[in-house]
Design a protein around this ligand. Structure first.
Ligand SMILES: NC(=O)c1ccc[n+]([C@@H]2O[C@H](COP(=O)([O-])OP(=O)(O)OC[C@H]3O[C@@H](n4cnc5c(N)ncnc54)[C@H](O)[C@@H]3O)[C@@H](O)[C@H]2O)c1
Length: 245
């Protein structure tokens, strides 16, 4: 299944951040109606498109808050055609130093937050007999994750949820896919990013550059378009070739 873009009803978590905001831009450019669920407000750059976007403040680490916010989003949109789970948090720390609190914090947002969003939104899609879910994972889910083991584990969990959702809900006309971005220059990781990191990761891409948010947004758009309707359960690298498996 996929949607006609004009008037498509779309929820984007993390839509106020780098990649999420680019996804919001892409979808509003096609005439979609968007609800952004984020813990911080969206900075609206294009006043012409502002009317198409509703902000609902939500902490994805808080299950009750997620239920409240999604119920409101479904009410605002009158249904959901596309769900993009993009909110996420990152921390750079050696494996031996990850605390239980670190683990819980990262997993609560990245993995459990995605689980809850899928669990709450899928029944709405099942009722309408169609839907598209796009989960933003990471190359860390496949690459290993030295220095970010809990983050990598949370994104591997997102891939598992993606495959399970694809298997369980395909019969209801719902596709579930994941995008695994490479290194994208956003606020994420900027507190620990060094010039040497940028140079090293740039060198890993045969294309010789880091990703930009719109690289990811274009693939999210494709997955929710008719051209992407026969993909489900996939974990698609958008890494400029930094990883190829
Ligand atoms: N930037 C990268 O290099 C990169 C690489 C691979 C994967 N990703 C993934 O892409 C997604 C977007 O990342 P980004 O780079 O745009 O980061 P970002 O920090 O720019 O944006 C993340 C957004 O998620 C929101 N968010 C975080 N925690 C939240 C919570 N508890 N409740 C509600 N909203 C919350 C933030 O407010 C922010 O708007 C994330 O899932 C991230 O793991 C990013």
């Amino acid at each position: 299944m996929t949607t006609d873009r004009q008037g498509a009803r779309v929820i984007v978590t993390g839509g106020s951040g780098g990649i999420g905001a680019a996804i919001v831009d892409r979808f509003t450019g096609e005439g979609a109606q968007i609800v952004v669920l984020d813990r911080r407000p969206l900075v609206r750059t294009d006043p012409d498109r502002a009317a198409a976007v509703t902000d609902i403040t939500c902490d994805l680490a808080d299950p009750a808050d997620v239920r409240r916010a999604v119920a409101r989003a479904v009410e605002v949109l009158g249904g959901v055609d596309v769900l993009v789970n993009c909110a996420g948090i990152f921390q750079s720390v050696p494996l031996l130093e990850i605390t239980v609190d670190d683990w819980d914090r990262i997993l609560d947002v990245n993995a459990r937050g995605t689980l809850l969003m899928m669990q709450i939104v899928a029944p709405v899609m099942i009722t309408s007999g169609r839907g598209v879910i796009v989960n933003i994972a990471s190359m860390a889910a496949k690459h290993g994750g030295g220095g970010e083991a809990h983050y990598a584990a949370s994104k591997a969990a997102v891939l598992a949820l993606t495959r399970a959702g694809a298997q369980e809900w395909g019969a209801h006309g719902i596709t579930v896919n994941a995008i695994c971005p490479g290194y994208v220059l956003t606020d994420m990781g900027s507190d620990t990013r060094s010039e040497a990191d940028v140079v090293a990761w740039t060198a890993k891409s045969p294309l010789g550059r880091l990703g930009c948010p719109d690289d990811i947004a274009g693939v999210a758009q494709f997955l929710s378009s008719p051209a992407g309707s026969y993909l489900t359960g996939q974990a698609i690298n958008v890494t400029g070739g930094m990883i190829m498996h």
